[in-house]
Design a protein around this ligand. Structure first.
Ligand code: ADP
Length: 532
């Protein structure tokens, strides 16, 4: 027997309809690369997005066509976003920080018909377009001649909620980029899941600084969840240095923000140098890479900001677990809570999670046994665009995340490492992630990375790369002493290498692939006697 409730297709255009109608005066603040601040509202953006829909229709875009964007976080980007998905086109976010050849690969793979680009990307476009035959038109974001003549009325939605809404490629840290094709329903559900009090907990009273790029898995869903609750949005554009971020937080009264750890590291370095304070910021979500303890403590102790760690991947929409306290953990002192904040957290409702051995057998949730992290649910990819990678689900329908993790008795998942970054030494595993996150707590360290280097006897041994804070000098031994007692003795790196730069990938995470390439000719100091 069917229920007798109304059929309400969960299409994403409803998010902006709702914001315009019920939070119409709430502001969206954008800053361009030259520092100019532009203010609009949800109601105004709604009208502009409808104009964008009409402009896209006039340009020949039909449902299912891929509409690419190439740009930073801005209201102009957001209006095209809703303009495209409202008429059933597929919004394909391109990441301008990728190498040109990767962008070419992705555009061709997606068969994008039109690109809406930030004017700052003009040179990049000039380089890539001759190699992208599917692209018929390029329009610069903010081109008034293209958008302004059109009506602010346009019919949105009216299609099935399983219709594709967005296409986002993984940044390719593990090979060729692969496309994840979100549906209206999957992003709608994801936004509702992330809004829970025990997740991102956004509300109408929040002012959200969106440091996570819109091209990084829909800015962790905030392009949908912020309009849904009518939060004020602050879009920082291209300038993501500590000073620029700090200024925006203070002038706009930001209460909540989300970003990868390296963004927070840069902000904290800036605050230390200038004696600056965070007077309005209440909480931040740190995700995309493991959060160092030093970051959690500095934000809490020096600025009164609560850090919640989130884990996920492009394939999981992305948010799947959050390190929010259970009542037992909330009752502990802050110091006792920190070990739980360092874990990637507990599963959002609507998903299922397991850890398995290589034969696919489930492993216990004892906080010690680690295995492949597998996930299932309506916000998890079932396949890659174009059938890339073939069948990606196991017999029970779980997706293999490529992460290795434990799950403890309180239900907290903790990533040990990415399967490809784990260092295999003498038949046992060393978590490169753990070592680098402890090392970066050294007061002289700006960024640290640990990689495995081939060793004749032990297969691999860890090497620590350190980028010091500006003006600092240090001896290798200082870092080895700092690690002593904090990690198992045999995890101690065989060498410490000081580098001028730790390269960051296209989503702001430490780029281990590039580090491994750069270290290709490196030989361990004494390959016969590891520090075990
Ligand atoms: P890419 O694989 O191209 O870097 P994603 O942004 O989808 O793109 O990365 C997802 C991966 O990032 C996860 O599989 C995991 O390894 C890592 N990750 C995400 N969040 C965390 C976190 N809180 N702690 C540790 N690793 C994380």
């Amino acid at each position: 027997m069917d229920g007798l409730m109304q059929n309400w297709s969960m299409t994403l255009d409803r998010m902006l309809d709702h914001a315009a109608r019920w939070h119409g005066e709430r502001e969206i603040v954008s800053r361009s690369a030259d520092g100019i601040v532009d203010r609009t509202t949800y109601a105004q953006l709604h009208g502009r997005a409808k104009q964008a829909s009409n402009a896209l229709i006039a340009a020949g875009i039909r449902p299912g066509d891929r509409v690419a964007t190439l740009g930073w976080n801005s209201a102009r980007h957001l209006e095209i976003w809703y303009g495209a998905i409202g008429i059933g086109a597929v919004l394909h976010t391109l990441n301008p920080r990728l190498f040109p050849e990767q962008i070419v690969y992705i555009i061709n793979h997606a068969s994008d018909r039109i690109i809406l680009a930030d004017p700052a990307c003009a040179d990049l476009l000039g380089e890539i377009l001759p190699q992208c035959p599917s692209v018929e038109q390029v329009i610069f974001l903010g081109d008034e001649d293209w958008i302004a003549p059109h009506s602010t009325e346009c019919a949105w939605g009216g299609f099935d909620e399983n219709t594709a809404a967005g296409l986002c490629y993984t940044s390719g840290t593990t090979g060729n980029p692969k496309g994840i094709l979100y549906s209206h329903r999957s992003n709608y559900l994801h936004a509702m899941m992330t809004l829970q009090a025990d997740a991102l907990a956004l509300s109408a009273r929040d002012t959200v600084l969106l440091c996570v790029p819109m091209y990084h898995a829909n800015a962790w869903g905030v392009v949908y969840s912020a309009p849904m609750v009518g939060a004020k949005l602050v879009l920082p554009g291209q300038r993501m240095d500590g000073a620029s971020i700090h200024e925006l937080i203070e002038t706009e009264g930001v209460t909540y923000s989300s970003a990868v750890p390296t963004v927070w590291q840069m902000l904290l370095t800036h605050l230390k140098e200038t004696g600056g304070k965070l007077t309005t910021l209440q909480r931040v979500t740190v995700g995309g890479a493991a959060c160092p303890e030093s970051l959690i403590r500095a934000l809490h102790d020096d600025h009164g900001v609560d850090v919640v760690q989130g884990w996920g991947m492009t394939e999981t929409s992305p948010l799947a677990t959050v390190s929010v306290s259970t009542p037992q953990i909330a009752a502990l002192s802050f110091d006792e809570q920190v070990p739980y904040k360092l874990k990637q957290g507990r599963l959002l409702c609507n998903l299922d999670l397991k850890i398995t051995d290589d034969a696919g057998q489930r492993l216990p949730h004892d906080g010690k046994t680690f295995g492949r992290l597998m996930i299932k649910g309506p916000t998890i990819a079932a396949a890659y665009f174009g059938g890339e990678g073939g069948d990606v689900l196991d017999e029970e329908g779980f997706f293999d995340t490529g992460d290795v993790s434990t799950i403890d008795t309180a239900g907290y998942m903790q990533i040990t490492d990415r399967a490809k970054d784990v260092i295999k030494s003498g038949g046992e595993w060393i978590s490169s992630m753990d070592v680098e996150n402890i090392a970066v707590g050294h007061p002289k360290a700006e960024l640290c990375a640990v990689i495995g280097v081939a060793h004749p006897k032990w297969d691999e041994r860890p090497v620590l790369l350190v980028m010091l804070k500006p003006g600092e000098v240090a001896e290798k031994q200082e870092f080895l002493d700092f690690l002593q007692g904090k990690i198992a003795r045999w995890w101690t790196p065989d060498d410490v290498v000081f580098v001028d730069e730790i390269p960051l990938g296209a989503t702001g995470k430490i780029d281990k692939k590039l580090i491994r390439q750069r270290m290709a000719g490196y030989v361990l100091p004494d390959a016969s006697a590891p520090n075990r």
